[in-house]
Design a protein around this ligand. Structure first.
Ligand code: ACM
Length: 559
């Protein structure tokens, strides 16, 4: 019994220790110091300057509430007087405490940067923005047992220690993304919020929401109600492929604009921007089934929300002025509900067969003086872009496309766009950058983390053969061999999740985790500080995080 007691004490201590040092993503600079500070039975005071920026106090309030809820520790808030002696800030504390958490604003630092020092009963933080403060708290939470990061109380822990440490940290890339395809399968608000929580834990900041597909339209558009009355529903839960046949079960769902506003607020509280994607004019069969009279190349034929996997040839008739007006109207509604810089218009896998057989499309191409049917797609986008350009400054948006768009005459579109490079990603990104465009690396292999993550018999069905392992994902080197003069065009990296085979939230989470953590580290940590051997050790502690978050994950990764 005694041996068991000591063994369990050792295990708890070992777990705590591994959690304390399991920082993911690894910060740019870490200096471990000797010893710990403890928070229990102490008066903890949070000192921060009064500012007009409410976001600072919101970040602080959230942290104070989270710490109280997860550990029981109450933090008093205080605005100290800070004076400078020979340029060094001197703080006059208003409230006495055993541990002071002191936040300074240093406007010389970059937007998401932070410095965090944990030393003899003082936690000192330097940031330039509320985002930097948020990331410093995410790191601080990772230095405590994982229940704090997971946001759940753990009454079995009665010692709350933070290792003494000095961290100086900022991200490698400004774009640290994850894309979720809800066109093929619809997961709903709770699943999305959980993903946003995990992204925030790993300091990811771009949620690319793929909201429309051949197999389903998932966003309410007030001017075109049939998009969700018709386009959000199909007659099969599974998507047909090979021997798998559509099952005839009515299936679907969509987000109302109020749902979207709720998610936008949730993401904003976690410093995550949302990039809505409306994939047009390809991958649009659900929209065409809803409004065949304005969108179809052959409105005389029957069109239905697609029941199959693959690439549908049923694409929007880009020569129809009503189809162009449709796209502009959608942009107007997206602009109102997504208050961000970017809108993604898809552009991947758009077969031109139907345009080639359509007289109006052929006539338009001739008028343009081109023989490349891809140029019709570019012309379509350029009209949308001109529409956006006429909006007031606060409604201006930058368009993003998948890299197939580079196969058309992009001179018609201009280079003030961004290209998401997925197929032949490294070359495509370089091509985009050399045309003066911004680019984001989302290499299909290995960053499509919907692909099987192992070849174990327990691996649920999805695309691939299991070669996109955690190690393979981790080992991708972003921006390798890119000339220096092009590097400032690379916004960052993103993992993508396509959901053809993934009908349940558990399956989705299983495939994402822990591979999302590997992509997060590539997006944040300097390349020279990354090592799979070290990451593999650090990831072990994440098992508790996932269990506490009540999410599924790839258990084979954990020893
Ligand atoms: C894509 O994978 N079709 C962008």
């Amino acid at each position: 019994m005694r041996i068991f007691y000591f063994l369990s004490l050792f295990l708890v201590t070992a777990v705590l220790h591994s959690q304390e040092l399991s920082l993911i993503p690894m910060p740019a600079e870490v200096k471990e110091l000797q010893g710990f500070i403890t928070l229990e039975n102490k008066v903890v005071v949070m000192c921060y300057p009064e500012t007009d920026n409410k976001q600072y106090s919101d970040v602080i309030d959230t942290f104070v509430d989270e710490l109280k809820y997860t550990t029981g520790i109450k933090i008093k808030k205080s605005h100290p007087q800070i004076t400078k002696t020979k340029g060094v800030p001197v703080i006059k504390y208003k409230k006495k405490g055993d541990v002071h958490i002191v936040t300074h604003v240093d406007s010389t630092m970059s937007d998401e940067e932070y410095r965090l020092g944990v030393k003899e009963n003082k936690i000192e933080i330097y940031v330039a923005t509320p985002a930097g403060l948020f990331y410093s708290f995410q790191t601080l939470k990772q230095l405590l047992p994982r229940n704090v990061l997971a946001g759940v109380p753990d009454k079995s822990i009665n010692e709350w220690r933070i290792p003494m440490i000095e961290i100086s940290d900022k991200p490698r890339f400004s774009w640290r993304g994850f894309m979720l395809d809800e066109g093929r399968h619809f997961y709903g608000k709770d699943a999305v919020k959980k993903i946003l929580d995990i992204m925030a834990a790993y300091k990811m900041n771009r949620f690319h929401w793929h909201l429309t597909e051949d197999q389903g339209w998932r966003i309410e558009i007030k001017k075109y109600p049939r998009l969700t009355e018709v386009g959000a529903w199909r007659n099969s839960r599974v998507l047909g492929w090979g021997d798998v046949k559509p099952d005839g079960i009515s299936y679907g769902g969509y987000y109302t604009q109020n749902d979207i506003k709720e998610i936008v607020k949730y993401a904003r509280d976690r410093f995550i921007e949302i990039i809505p994607e409306i994939d047009i004019p390809g991958h649009s069969q659900a929209a065409i089934a809803s409004y065949p009279e304005i969108l179809a190349c052959d409105p005389e034929n029957r069109h239905e929300v697609w029941l199959w996997q693959g690439v549908s040839t049923d694409v929007i008739n880009v020569s129809n002025p009503l189809a162009i007006q449709f796209a502009k109207d959608i942009i107007d509604e997206l602009t109102d509900i997504f208050p961000y810089k970017y809108i993604h218009l898809g552009g991947d896998e758009c077969p031109t067969n139907k345009w080639e057989r359509n007289e109006d499309c052929a006539a338009l191409l001739k008028e343009m003086g081109s023989t490349n049917y891809r140029d019709l797609q570019i012309k379509f986008y350029s009209q949308i872009k001109e529409h956006i350009a006429q909006k007031p400054i606060e409604k201006q948006r930058c368009l993003i496309f998948w890299n197939e768009v580079l196969h058309g005459n992009t001179v018609l579109l201009g280079n003030d766009i961004a290209i998401m490079a997925w197929i032949g990603a490294n070359n495509a990104a370089k091509e985009a950058a050399s045309r003066g465009m911004y680019t984001i690396l989302t290499p299909q292999i290995p960053y499509y983390i919907n692909r099987k993550q192992s070849n174990l018999p327990t691996e649920p069905h999805s695309q691939g053969t299991g070669t996109e392992t955690l190690e393979a994902v981790y080992s991708y080197v972003p921006m390798k061999d890119v000339p220096k003069e092009l590097q400032n065009r690379y916004l960052g990296v993103q993992a993508n999740f396509w959901s053809e085979w993934v009908e349940t939230v558990d399956h989705l989470q299983y495939l994402i985790l822990p591979r999302l953590a590997a992509v997060a580290e590539a997006s944040w940590t300097p390349q020279e500080k990354r090592s799979y051997e070290n990451f593999e050790k650090r990831i072990q502690g994440e098992k508790y995080f996932y269990q506490l978050m009540e999410v599924d994950y790839g258990k084979h990764v954990f020893k």
